[in-house]
Design a protein. Structure first.
Ligand code: ATP
Ligand code: MG
Ligand code: MG
Ligand code: MG
Length: 497
């Protein structure tokens, strides 16, 4: 069976909304430079924040796009899930359609249904939808309008109430907000579906009953006294996980079995001389039960992380020791550790995957292809630097392991700090290795050591400074500026103020 291609499915989404009067715009860069509250774009909405806040008029009433998103820090952090589950990524594409004071619930719901069932031919009885059930505590009413609209398309047993956490969206403590409706799909076999109704598994972390699309209806303004007033103009903000949509239209059980990830996975498996079996532990907290599971996790982690690393660098964020740069360095080191420990890669190898990804994405995100060699060089240098100390750090951990076990199965703060300071192990890497060994880490102790070191010397400050300088130099690369200007002229203002 040949899989639907990523470029075809993505284009179907964009064409569908173009046919409904939407302007198609390119993805904004994943790296955020002018918003102190956000390191990376983490949703399709983020680049349009100013329009929703009324700081700027939207250039069009209807917009659709695919937005590169990263969920590795802050409010949305899916890093721990990646590789273990089959549908959370660090970097993913969020497909979205927007109405800025134009159409509202009725059209958004009608089009979502039409796209999923007519265009993508998803089976209607596998789809579940949710609506906001209301909140007694703060007096917000249930969104029965959405509930009623869905009744035109599906049966009551597939229209489920949802709580504030999943079904009410707020930008912050004050500002635009409103109820949302999520669409979930049940991809289990007929037998499994007969045994347990899908409605019982919605939002229950089942790997084959997953949320694919969220439609937010910006209806209210939250005031400082917490009350809600109706917005003069109502808007729609939707986000559909492209890799999950690919899983659904391909009829497979994992995002990694789609055309989005298969070219990467095949390349990695071939490069390390192993097979990818597609096995996954049942939950994130389950450790791999077999050698196949262990190598499969590592292959998935690497296929996932190389996307984050490559797009972050090509959008102007180099790995460094501070802030967003450190997030990228941590992810890169995490990938190196998996390649080293689970796949036996003692030499730099991640950088070799970059061209595969660049070719794959050339049609939609040409910025990576344009900077392929630069990205490869940065990745390879990072790999070389980290591999130098990784082995020693792991050996050091091993020699101390017995002691940890006798001491409450916990890695003490001093050791965690030493691993970070001397061997370049970010704290979350130490925590990951600990988890695999059935140990915990004294994170408070680690922080204390870190603080002490900072006050002991100004050295750390100087390192940060020099790393920062490297980051700035790279941003001035002509290739990067060129991308911004060519790809998204309207966005230069927002991102390069
Ligand atoms: P989930 O409950 O599965 O974590 P979410 O509710 O956090 O998803 P939203 O913030 O509503 O997700 O984002 C809109 C859509 O983006 C989701 O419906 C999903 O399809 C997709 N999505 C969210 N997080 C990820 C991720 N880490 N990797 C891939 N797709 C994602
Ligand atoms: Mg989530
Ligand atoms: Mg959710
Ligand atoms: Mg959601």
């Amino acid at each position: 069976m040949s899989l639907p291609t990523a470029s075809h499915v993505r284009q179907q989404f964009l064409d569908f909304f173009a046919s409904k009067g939407h302007h198609i715009v390119p993805s904004a860069p994943i790296v955020v430079k002018d918003d102190p509250t956000l390191l990376f774009i983490n949703s399709g909405m983020a680049p349009f924040k100013d329009y929703f806040l009324g700081n700027k008029p939207a250039p069009f009433k209807r917009i659709a796009d695919t937005q590169k998103c990263l969920r590795v820090s802050g409010k949305h952090n899916d890093l721990e899930e990646v590789g273990y589950d089959t549908y959370h990524h660090t970097m993913f594409e969020m497909l979205g359609n927007w109405s800025f004071g134009d159409y509202f619930k009725k059209d958004a719901i009608a089009w979502a249904w039409e796209l999923l069932t007519d265009v993508f031919k998803l089976e209607k009885d596998r789809l579940y939808v949710t609506y906001f059930e209301g909140d007694k505590a703060d007096g917000t009413a249930a969104d029965t309008e959405t509930q009623d609209l869905w009744r035109q398309y599906t049966t009551d047993d597939r229209i489920l109430p949802g709580n504030k956490k999943d079904n009410f969206w707020e930008m912050g403590d004050t500002g635009p907000c409103g109820p949302c409706t999520e669409i979930h799909i049940d991809l289990r076999s007929e037998e499994e579906r007969a045994a347990t109704p899908g409605r019982e598994l919605v939002n229950a972390d089942h790997p084959q009953v997953v949320e694919i699309w969220n439609n937010v209806f910006m209806e209210f303004q939250r005031l400082a006294d917490k009350s809600l007033i109706k917005l003069p103009e109502q808007s729609v903000d939707t986000g559909m996980g492209f890799e999950r949509l690919m899983m659904a239209v391909s009829g497979v059980k994992s995002n990694y079995d789609t055309d989005v990830f298969q070219p990467l996975i095949k390349f990695i498996a071939n490069e390390v001389g192993l097979e990818y079996h597609g096995t996954a532990p049942a939950t994130v907290n389950d450790q791999p039960a077999t050698e196949n599971e262990k190598t499969d996790i590592a292959i998935r982690v690497i296929a996932d992380h190389i996307r984050t690393i490559s797009f972050a660098i090509s959008d102007g964020q180099l790995p460094s020791n501070v802030k967003a740069g450190y997030v990228i360095r941590r992810i890169l080191r995490r990938a190196v550790r998996y390649a080293f420990s689970s796949l036996g890669q003692k030499q730099p190898f991640l950088y070799k995957i970059v061209p595969v990804l660049a070719d794959q994405m050339a049609g939609i995100f040409p910025e990576l292809k344009q900077q392929q060699q630069f990205v490869q060089r940065v990745v390879e240098e990072e790999e070389i630097a980290f591999l130098k100390t990784l082995e020693n750090g792991l050996r050091r951990l091993e020699t101390l392991e017995e002691g940890f076990r006798q001491n409450g199965s916990r890695i003490d703060g001093k050791t965690a700090f030493e691993l970070s300071d001397t061997f370049g192990f970010p704290l979350d890497l130490t925590a990951l290795i600990a988890r695999e060994k059935g140990l915990s880490v004294d994170e408070e102790g680690f922080k204390k050591e870190l603080e002490q070191q900072k006050s002991r010397s100004r050295n750390a400050q100087e390192t940060e400074q020099s790393d920062w300088t490297v980051v700035r130099e790279s941003e001035e690369q002509p290739a990067f500026v060129g991308y911004d200007q060519e790809q998204a002229p309207a966005r230069i203002l927002r991102y390069r103020r």
